[in-house]
Design a protein. Structure first.
Length: 300
């Protein structure tokens, strides 16, 4: 039985470029023809005053309803790629737990059924000290699990974490990812699942992105896609130019998802354009071409 697949877009492409809800909603729906979006914290950081958050949530909901969009999940992004639950300072970790609870509340108000992030990031000092490293892993597990019970009260269905590219950022091999996922689910209010990224496979022993999907696709309801080279996480678009250079293609990815045993998945574009004259004015056209490429494999 073939899995039920749908396309979505991570709104990281809009950060500092298309921050107005009315603008990114129109782009996603009318120019790209996509209905599912993964909202990112960098577009509405909940460290902001409550009045601003309230006004923005109302604007986002009006805009997504106007254009028929679904905020299916939320996630942290480039500016919120920080230590959070593995910060060396205990009080800072507490602040981030409250931040995630507030972000979860906002996510639920936007209609998201899930939220997530990377598991946490260790400093070099903490990573190099085995006892300290394991202590902070334990602290992060407790924070995530507390968050899971909070999200259950909000009516969410599951939480996600993203396997990353280096040991300090956690889950950089298939085996480590399985172990961490199992530990999280030992005392969880709602299930923990994965948000795989096909570019996050640079560990010397685990560089086949399709192996990650075959092995873990059944527990990854969201899969970030980007065109990339082996040993890198380029976040290139799926244009003719980059498809010639890259290793991510439709047929083998869909085959890997099917082999994983997944019954459904949201395939989410996570494409980045560096601030350069050569790419600044290609953002929308590159996304259009990327959507057109993947529509050959995933129907509307």
């Amino acid at each position: 039985m073939k899995p039920n697949l749908k396309l979505g877009i991570n709104l990281g492409f809009a950060i500092n470029k298309y921050v107005e809800p009315e603008v990114w909603s129109r782009i996603a729906a009318e120019e790209l023809g996509i209905r599912n979006v993964q909202f990112v914290a960098d577009l509405l950081n909940v460290f902001l005053p409550d009045a601003i958050i309230r006004e923005q949530v109302e604007r986002i909901n009006r805009s997504t309803q106007q254009y028929g969009l679904n905020v299916t999940s939320t996630f942290t992004s480039a500016f919120t790629r920080v230590n959070h639950f593995m910060h060396p300072d205990a009080e800072t970790r507490k602040v981030w737990l409250e931040w995630f609870k507030k972000f979860a509340r906002v996510s639920a108000e936007l209609g998201a059924k899930s939220t997530g992030s990377h598991f946490g990031i260790l400093t070099f000092a903490d990573y190099d000290d085995p006892a300290r490293r394991e202590y902070l892993v334990g602290e992060a597990l407790k924070s995530w699990q507390e968050l899971s019970w909070y999200c259950k009260e909000l009516g969410m269905e599951y939480l996600m974490f993203e396997p990353m590219s280096i040991p300090r950022e956690m889950a950089n091999t298939v085996e480590d990812t399985r172990e961490l996922l199992a530990r999280l689910n030992e005392d969880a209010g709602i299930p923990f699942k994965l948000c795989l990224d096909v570019g996050h496979a640079p560990h010397p022993d685990d560089r086949d992105p399709y192996r990650w999907v075959r092995e873990l696709g059944s527990v990854s309801p969201v899969i970030h896609i980007q065109q990339t080279e082996k040993d890198h996480s380029r976040h290139w678009p799926f244009t003719e130019e980059y498809n010639r250079l890259g290793i991510i293609h439709g047929e083998p990815l869909l085959a890997a998802i099917e082999q994983s045993g997944a019954t459904e998945a949201e395939i989410v574009f996570e494409i980045s354009h560096r601030e350069a004259w050569s790419t600044e004015f290609r953002i929308i056209e590159d996304h259009k071409e990327s959507v057109a490429y993947w529509r050959r494999f995933i129907a509307k």
